[in-house]
Design a binder for this molecule. Structure first.
Ligand code: FAD
Ligand code: SIN
Length: 539
């Protein structure tokens, strides 16, 4: 049986690990913090999918909404395949122990989010990811074929023949954050499941572990990237000064929540008061939403459109945030459906169903990533092959499922389906065993970095540059300015990198800079505005 190293303990890493372990493979999961530290653990809205395999109409509608959201750039074959496989993979999650919410008849309760024409999202209240992470990590911890390495940071992949991408990989150098040593881990195949890159921006819904390590590591080994410019900004992150931009799930809009600016809010409230005077029905807030000028679906349009609408509105009005209004909704429903959100809002004395929530967009998801084939194998930069014995699954990969803009709640689905496909591919094509001794990490003449403050300053500069120059609405001048600044940062970090023993801060900053360059390069190379990429010079 093979030894498989999996980097990452979110839905993609854990699901593939359990599958491989069930087939007798020895799996080592490397994860940089605690097992649960992942975007998966923070997912709120849920996982989209049609469980009734015979319901062709429902599947066709899911396919149609995904293609529509992807703005013409989805790989339709991938979309069809993922949606077809949704039922089997979601049922497998359930059999591992994930408890999605059910109604009194025992059927799964289904939610709706922006861009979905029907209710099709399975969830566990408003903390779906926490439930998925709980069930998968419990199963992984109990499995005798799985070893979990916490606080272990994958630094670089080890190639079978150095400098020859197609020779494949045979291990990972990892930084053990407890002993502060770089260890050499040999593996017959490596699965990268390292998640996203949200930490490139000052305001992000992502956890601190989302630093693009997997993209950077594999790209250094000759893996191609794709669609890096398609960064999804979630329209509704809580906008409270000095507070974490906690996600206000789109499912709240699915239940009728509406985005208004201050002008719309005041007008709506005025008309509600007038209706009291005249004893008429109070108006609903949606018709007062500025988002209607961008799409007839208003607050329920796809994320690219709603985030851009808010961005433009904030720039025009000078306001710091817009509002998500829920005071017209059933308070009992809000309380029972969104307990996780309410408990977070409690910190700020805000109440769903009463208070208007201050919101603004925050970096949320990278649609692009490592360019992979149908089994999750990264393609090489020369475009003619794949990197043997390497797989990339989950948010780190670009499969073509999301096109130019991901449909809400399709990420967990894509991650679990591709985790399944990659695991099956390894099971059906077991990699040859690595027999030779692997090289140790270069160690000669390296210093322990005693001062990290320059790195912290560089990180702040990087995030500020990406936030101001590479946001929702772009232009060539700003993109070029960002490129120049980041090149300078790259030079600085390379000097430190070459002379220092790795630390988590250096490894992550080096990776973030590399990914920032890839995002900007792709943005500058695009000749049209599509989905999440919007450059005013292309209008
Ligand atoms: P992750 O779950 O992010 O896991 C990545 C793992 O890799 C982590 O364990 C991390 O520590 C580890 N790692 C990273 N780098 C290294 C390294 N160098 N060495 C070792 N370990 C490393 N999508 C939906 O479909 N539905 C939702 O409702 C939804 N809600 C969301 C809410 C929030 C707040 C966020 C942030 C995202 C949400 N998304 C949602 C997106 C979705 O959660 C993610 O795309 C998905 O969970 C990614 O899964 P993953 O397994 O690829 O990565
Ligand atoms: C949300 O709950 O709004 C996030 C869903 C997603 O990112 O798919």
């Amino acid at each position: 049986m093979s030894k498989i190293a999996i980097i990452g303990s979110g839905i993609a890493g854990l699901f593939s690990a359990i599958k491989l372990a069930n087939h007798g493979h020895k799996v080592v999961i490397i994860t940089k913090q605690r097992v649960k530290d992942s975007s998966t653990n923070w997912a709120q809205g849920g996982i989209a999918g049609i469980l009734d395999k015979t319901n062709s109409k429902a599947k066709a509608a899911h396919i149609q909404d995904t293609l529509q959201s992807g703005d013409g750039l989805c790989n339709e074959a991938v979309v069809r395949d993922v949606i077809e496989r949704a039922a089997d993979c979601i049922n497998e999650l359930v059999s591992i122990g994930v408890k999605f919410e059910k109604n009194q008849d025992g059927d799964f309760k289904l939610a709706k989010e922006g861009g979905h024409s029907e209710r099709r999202i399975l969830h566990a209240k408003d903390a779906t990811g926490r439930e998925i992470e709980r069930a998968l990590s419990e199963a992984a911890k109990l499995h005798s074929n799985i070893t979990l390495m916490k606080n272990t940071l994958a630094v670089d992949l080890i190639q079978r023949h150095h400098g020859e991408p197609q020779s494949g990989v045979c291990g990972v150098w990892c930084f053990d954050q407890t002993t502060k040593q770089v260890i050499t881990l040999s593996a017959d195949a490596v699965i990268i499941a390292t998640g996203g890159v949200g930490q490139l921006w000052a305001k992000t819904t992502n956890p601190s572990v989302a630093t693009g390590d997997g993209v950077a590591m594999a790209h250094r080994c000759g893996a191609a990237v794709k669609d890096m410019a398609f960064i999804q900004f979630h329209p509704t992150a809580l906008a409270i000064e000095n507070g974490r931009p906690f996600l206000i799930t789109e499912a709240l809009r699915g239940e009728g929540g509406v985005i208004l600016d201050l002008g719309g809010l005041n007008l709506w409230k005025e008309h509600c008061e007038q209706s009291l005077t005249f004893d008429t029905e109070p108006p609903l807030p949606e018709k007062y939403s500025f988002t209607l000028a961008f799409s007839e679906l208003g607050s329920m349009a796809t994320r690219d459109i709603v985030a851009r609408a808010i961005d433009q509105n904030l720039k025009q009005t000078g306001a710091k945030h817009a509002f998500l209004v829920t005071s017209h909704l059933d308070r009992n429903m809000l309380e029972t459906s969104f307990p996780n959100m309410q408990s977070h809002l409690d910190k700020y004395q805000l109440r769903l169903g009463y208070d208007d929530l201050p919101i603004s967009p925050a970096a949320h998801y990278i649609v692009g990533g490592l360019d992979v084939d149908d089994f999750g194998r990264p393609r090489t930069t020369d475009g003619i092959g794949i990197i043997e014995h390497l797989y990339a699954i989950g948010e780190v990969a670009c499969t073509g499922m999301h096109g130019a803009n991901r449909l809400a709640s399709n990420s967990l689905l894509e991650a679990v389906v591709f985790a399944d496909k990659a695991a099956r591919h390894i099971i059906d094509n077991p990699p040859e065993t690595v027999k030779h001794e692997l090289p140790a990490w270069r160690a000669d003449g390296l210093n322990i970095l005693t001062e990290h403050s320059p790195i912290v300053n560089d990180l702040t500069m990087l995030k500020d540059t990406m936030s101001s120059e590479v946001g929702i609405v772009r232009n060539n001048q700003r993109l070029n300015r960002a490129a120049r600044r980041i090149k300078l940062l790259e030079k600085e970090i390379n000097i430190i990198w070459k002379s220092s023993i790795p630390s988590r801060q250096i490894v992550e900053l080096r990776n973030l800079i590399q990914v920032a360059n890839l995002v900007i390069e792709d943005a500058l190379n695009r000749s049209e505005n599509r989905g999440l990429h919007y450059n005013t010079d292309l209008i």
